[in-house]
Design a protein around this ligand. Structure first.
Ligand code: S3P
Length: 446
């Protein structure tokens, strides 16, 4: 896949230093727009992630009648004038989720409950990703949904219906699936429950009550939603904490580059997103939490990271959903550790924006890392440094591009990272912030 954008990265010229705030959380930014669009009244949102994925969500809801007003040039603050739970209008054109699996899977739950027809498209990467996992439950609830491969691949055509409540046992540990069903449940005729095989991020459950819709946690793996018939714009501004998935790139870079000392401000430390910190703590990383507090319904803290020698570890499979987006850069940490890192039961990594096991194995091997691909993970034996002077392919996957930019800091010469433009989907200011703490990375200018 040629999507363009080449990064030139590494090696680091000295220790990484500084105090930075990474942009807002991507998962919460999606949910804030969706719930605000379905609410009565005007919701104010701050700390929104100005990434292409979130803009795609905003545009899809604007196409169905919500009014989005940006309050600053950076597009981190906005108001959304909602249409009310039953107020969305049939879109005149296809709805385009871009590169975003979260946008596509969550909106499927909402579209399933509408009294209209919609067609959901995305980019080439999104069109390869499995959608059966959301098509199945919304069909069980009564919606009609079709697409390539019997509804497993986008574009999807969705004919919304009056939905039936279900007790859904999800075969995959996926917050996107759980959230799709919970959003569809807002339109259902009774109580819906969702049970998942492993606990996944719970931002939907935490944010819905801010809009007046209770979600009951039955136990660690099950939630119940009884629709109250409306969502209301919260009186308080929705504040979105800094994205732990973006922070992890700098946490790994600061751990690896000798003498580094970096503070990452107001990072979300929700336990369902905090797997990266547990993995790094097991690797003996030096991470200190300071100023713990709360932003809205979410716990946050400043995280101070100092360089240290990292050890190996075996990832506990229960922790995988809590670190699911961080494995590309955790592989980099492992490749530069003093031990052996073992990850298994992580086959979900193969159906992300790229096959993240295959793409990271290829990229790290090109740099001389000792990494062995497994069907459901990898075994990595750490080395002191990596080989530069090579070109690697990010395959249009934002997190592969950023992970390899971190790896390059410990290479013996520059690394070219091709097809890196997708960084704009989740972290458009990555290069600027990386440079600010002293990372050696820039966009290649032609
Ligand atoms: C997300 C859930 C995760 C994650 C994705 C965002 C979400 O996907 O990989 O980047 O916002 O719900 P799965 O829950 O499908 O693993």
């Amino acid at each position: 896949m040629d999507i363009g954008g080449t990064l030139i990265a590494g090696p680091a010229k000295g220790p990484l230093k500084g105090n930075i705030t990474v942009p807002g959380d991507k998962s919460m930014s999606h949910r804030s727009i969706m719930l605000a669009a379905l609410a009565d009244g005007v919701t104010k949102i701050e700390g929104f992630l100005p990434g292409d994925d979130n803009f795609a969500t905003a545009a899809m809801f604007e196409a169905m009648g919500a009014k989005v007003t940006w309050l600053n040039d950076e597009k981190t603050a906005l108001t959304v004038e909602g249409v009310g739970l039953f107020g969305l209008k049939e879109p005149e054109n296809v709805l385009d989720a871009g590169n975003s699996g979260t946008a596509a899977r969550l909106i499927t739950g909402i579209l399933a409950g509408q009294d209209f027809h919609s067609v959901l498209v995305g980019d080439a990467s999104l069109h390869t990703r499995p959608m059966q996992r959301v098509a199945d439950p919304v069909r069980l609830m009564g919606a009609e949904i079709d697409g390539r491969e019997g509804g497993n691949k986008m574009p999807l055509a969705i004919r919304g219906k009056k939905l039936k409540a279900i007790d859904f046992v999800s075969p995959v540990a996926s917050a996107q699936v759980k959230s799709c069903v919970l959003l569809a449940a807002l339109f259902a005729d009774g109580e819906t429950t969702v049970t998942e095989p492993k606990a996944t991020r719970d931002h939907t459950e935490r944010m819905l009550p801010l809009f007046g819709q209770a979600v009951e946690r039955i136990d660690a793996l099950s939630v119940r939603l009884k629709p109250c018939g409306k969502l209301s714009a919260p009186k308080e501004t929705i504040q979105i904490p800094a994205d732990p998935s973006s922070a992890t790139f700098f946490a790994v870079a600061a751990s690896l580059v000798e003498g580094s000392d970096v503070v990452l401000n107001r990072i979300g430390i929700n336990p369902r997103r905090d797997g990266w910190r547990r993995v790094m703590a097991d690797m003996q990383a030096d991470l200190i939490l300071e100023n713990e507090g709360k932003v809205g319904a979410e716990p946050v803290a400043d995280i101070r990271v100092q360089a240290t020698t990292l050890a190996g570890m075996k990832v506990n499979p229960q922790d995988i959903p809590d670190a699911i987006d961080e494995f590309p850069v955790l592989f980099v940490a492992a490749a530069l550790s003093e031990g052996t890192f073992i990850l298994d039961e992580a086959e979900e990594l193969r159906v992300k924006e790229s096959d993240r096991i295959a793409t990271m194995v290829a990229a790290l091997q090109a740099c001389g890392a000792d990494i062995e691909e497994k069907p459901d993970g990898a075994v990595i034996h750490g080395k002191k440094s990596l080989k530069g002077g090579v070109t690697v392919d990010a395959h249009g996957d934002h997190r592969i591009a950023m992970a390899m930019a971190v790896a390059a800091q410990k290479a013996d010469a520059e690394i070219r990272i091709e097809n890196a433009a997708a960084i704009a989907t989740s972290f458009p200011s990555f290069v600027e912030l990386a440079q600010r703490i002293g990372m050696n990375v820039r966009w290649e200018t032609s």
